[in-house]
Design a protein around this ligand. Structure first.
Ligand SMILES: Nc1nc2c(ncn2[C@@H]2O[C@H](COP(=O)(O)OP(=O)(O)OP(=O)(O)O)[C@@H](O)[C@H]2O)c(=O)[nH]1
Ligand SMILES: [Mg+2]
Length: 328
């Protein structure tokens, strides 16, 4: 079909699509099918591909010198190595990859909505990796929970390996600190980036802008809060739902703090069931007194499996300095 310029086969049941030798084809719209393998080659005029909402795990594109827009969000893409050269060239102008949970690239790079264009972020991310920056050695840890539950005290205790000598004032907004940590079985130290959120109600709307995926959540609670919830002291289920909304793939360590004051309830408050949002994301539960530095070695120990889990998710993407995708 030497003159065919446009194909729209969207909203069908197509499972495999292989196109080649269509010299005039400019537009391909195959969104909302069941395609698992998309192989396109030798299409010299093709400018735009819309393959959103499929099950594509393998994306093989070659010989597409005119391609400018690639809309691939909501698929199962696992490996981007075959489009590395295309992305890094000046040719591609638009790339949508949001909603590919197995892709192994931090979701903050890919964007927050289906209309986010990630091309610049992805280029910079790969450039950083090529220059030897090892983002995988950094773990973002976000402290969430009601006001005055002890988030800042715990962040201090993790950083200084001891309790603070004086109480902290309530945190305004967010305080970010980076600490070096050697975790068990790790030769090199990792950087923990601690995000300490002010727990007061007025900050909750702002949290939504900053809470993210691809990180570890330390969700703090204390007995008093859980037993007497009010409009500013939310139950654990509220925080779990918030985390689930904004960080569906992140792990949570549930930290019961202030056990020096009260320790009658178990580490997991009653009434949490697996079908509630966020509950399945809980990986570990510990109880501590940040103020008295009690239970802290156990909490540190729990960071280790979470770190490993996190690291494993991104390990395929790790490329030592000097290694480049060859695009073949
Ligand atoms: N008894 C007891 N008090 C604690 C503990 N942890 C923190 N506190 C006290 O609780 C108060 C609040 O602690 P913060 O660490 O500032 O709490 P926060 O969660 O950061 O509070 P916001 O910044 O307002 O969200 C302080 O007076 C702390 O000394 C604990 O384990 N036991
Ligand atoms: Mg604080």
């Amino acid at each position: 079909m030497p003159e065919l310029q446009s194909i729209d086969c969207s909203v069908n049941q197509i499972s495999h699509l292989t196109l080649s030798s269509l010299p005039a084809l400019q537009l391909l719209d195959c969104n909302r099918n069941q395609i698992s393998h998309l192989t396109l080659s030798g299409l010299p005029e093709l400018q735009s591909i819309d393959c959103r909402f499929n099950q594509i795990s393998n994306l093989t594109l070659s010989g597409l010198p005119a391609l400018q827009s690639l809309y691939c969000n909501n698929n199962q893409i696992r490996n981007l190595s075959l489009i590395y050269n295309l992305v890094m060239s000046e040719q591609l102008q638009k790339l949508h990859l949001y909603g590919n949970p197995a892709i192994g690239i931090p979701s903050s790079i890919l964007g927050n909505t289906i209309s986010d264009d990630c091309i610049e972020n992805l280029k910079n991310y790969w450039l950083d990796l090529d220059q030897g920056k090892e983002r995988q050695q950094q773990l973002k840890v976000q402290f969430v929970g009601n006001g005055r539950v002890g988030k800042t005290t715990l962040a201090y205790a993790l950083e200084h390996k001891r309790a603070p000598s004086e109480p902290f004032k309530s945190t305004h907004g967010i305080v970010i600190k980076e600490i070096q940590q050697t975790l068990d079985d790790e030769d090199e130290s990792v950087t923990l980036q601690l995000w300490d959120f002010g727990g007061q109600e007025i900050y909750h709307a702002t949290h939504r802008l900053f809470l993210s995926d691809d990180c570890l959540y330390l969700l703090l609670w204390a007995e008093e809060t859980e037993e007497h919830p009010d409009e500013t002291r939310h139950p654990v289920s509220y925080w779990l739902e918030l985390i689930h909304d904004l960080g569906k793939t992140s792990s949570i360590i549930l930290v019961k703090n202030q056990i020096d004051r009260a320790d009658r309830l178990p580490t997991r408050p009653a009434g949490l069931s697996d079908d509630m949002p966020g509950v399945k994301q809980i990986r570990q539960e510990v109880k501590i007194s940040a103020m008295q530095y009690r239970g802290m070695p156990a909490l540190r120990g729990q960071l280790n499996p979470c770190w490993k889990n996190f690291n494993r998710r991104f390990v395929w993407n790790y490329r030592p300095h000097g290694y480049k995708y060859n695009g073949s």
